[in-house]
Ligand binder design. Sequence first.
Ligand code: DGP
Length: 123
Amino acid sequence: MQDPDCIFCRIVKGEIPSRKVYEDDGILVFRDIRPQAPVHLLMIPKAHVATMYDLTDGDAPVMGRMMRLAGKLALDEGARDGFRLIVNNGRVGLQEVQHIHLHVLGGPEPLGPMLPRRSTQGD
Ligand code: DGP
C-alpha cells in the first residue's frame, strides 16, 4: 500500500510536511516545492503506485476522480482560463519521484510550449 522510502508516501503519512490543498480517503493534493507556474499543484493517489505502467483496473476509480478534481481545483486556485496536466513517467519522461503524480499548472498567462522545441528531421 505504501513504500516507507517514498517521499510522497511519507508526505501522505505526515512524516514530511507539505502545503495541503485537498485530501480525501484516496487522494492528496499539495503545492509543488519548486513551482514552475503561478498555480502548481501535485495530485497523488495515497496508495503507492510508481508509474502509469503500474496502474491496475483497481486504480481506475481514484485516477478518474483525480481527473474530475483537477479542473475543480484549478478553478479554485484562480486558473479560470485554462490549465495543463502533466504526468511524467520513467526515465524518458524524466520522472523524479517514483509515485504517480499529476502536475496541475496554471496561468494567469499562457504557459508556453509543452516541450522545449528541438530540431528534428523535416523541421
Ligand atoms: P517529476 O519530475 O514529475 O517527478 O516531479 C516531481 C516534483 O515533485 C517536482 O516538481 C518537485 C516536487 N517535489 C519533490 N520533492 C518534494 C517534496 O518533498 N515536497 C513537495 N511539495 N514537492 C516535492
